[in-house]
Design a protein around this ligand. Structure first.
Ligand code: NI
Length: 167
C-alpha cells in the first residue's frame, strides 16, 4: 500500500471535476486501499480521490470511533435530502481550519461498494455531513467556498504565507 499526497487549498487541482468510474477493477480497488490508508494516517474521517489528484468519483469515509467501519463510495449519488443542519467542518486539504457549514440534515444515497455492488443507505449526523462534504470534492468544491469572500481571501493569503515559509 502507498500513502498518497494530499493537495492543499487553494491548489487549482482541487477544483477539477471527477469522472465516473467505468468498472471496479483490481486497479481501482488498489487505489481505494491506498486512499483509505492515507485517510487513516492523516488522520481524517473522509477523503475524496480529488484530494489526492485522482479525478475519479471515489470516496472513503470512516466516522466510527474505533476506525473499523470503512465505507467506500464509488460513483455516489444523493437520492433524497431533507432538513437543514449547521455543523463545524474541517478538511484534510485545509489543515488547521474549521468553520460552520449548513447542509441537509438527512440524506439517502446510493453508490457502488468496494466489491462493485450498488447499495443504498440513509444517513444523518456526522455521516450525512461527511458524505455531502466528500461529494462536493468530486465536483471541485472545497467546504471553505461556502464561507464569506472575506474569510476565503484570508485563508488564501495564509496558505501563501505558509508556502513561502516552507520554501
Ligand atoms: Ni474535505
Amino acid at each position: 500500500m502507498a500513502l498518497l499526497n494530499i493537495l492543499e487549498y487553494p491548489d487549482p487541482r482541487l477544483h477539477k471535476i471527477a469522472a465516473p468510474v467505468a468498472a471496479v477493477t483490481p486497479e481501482i480497488r488498489q487505489f481505494v486501499r491506498d486512499l483509505a490508508e492515507t485517510m487513516y494516517t492523516a488522520p481524517g474521517v473522509g477523503l475524496a480521490a480529488t484530494q489526492v489528484d485522482v479525478h475519479k468519483r471515489i470516496i472513503v469515509i470512516d466516522v466510527s470511533e474505533t476506525k473499523s467501519e470503512l465505507l467506500t463510495l464509488i460513483n455516489p449519488e444523493i437520492l433524497s435530502a431533507e432538513g437543514e443542519d449547521e455543523n463545524e467542518e474541517g478538511c484534510l486539504s485545509v489543515p488547521g481550519y474549521f468553520d460552520r457549514v449548513r447542509r441537509a440534515a438527512r440524506i439517502r444515497f446510493r453508490a457502488l461498494s468496494y466489491d462493485g455492488q450498488w447499495f443504498e443507505r440513509d444517513a444523518d449526523g456526522l455521516l450525512a455531513v461527511c458524505v455531502q462534504h466528500e461529494m462536493d470534492h468530486l465536483i471541485g468544491k472545497v467546504f471553505v467556498e461556502y464561507l464569506s469572500p472575506l474569510k476565503q481571501q484570508r485563508l488564501k493569503s495564509k496558505a501563501k504565507k505558509r508556502q513561502r515559509l516552507v520554501g
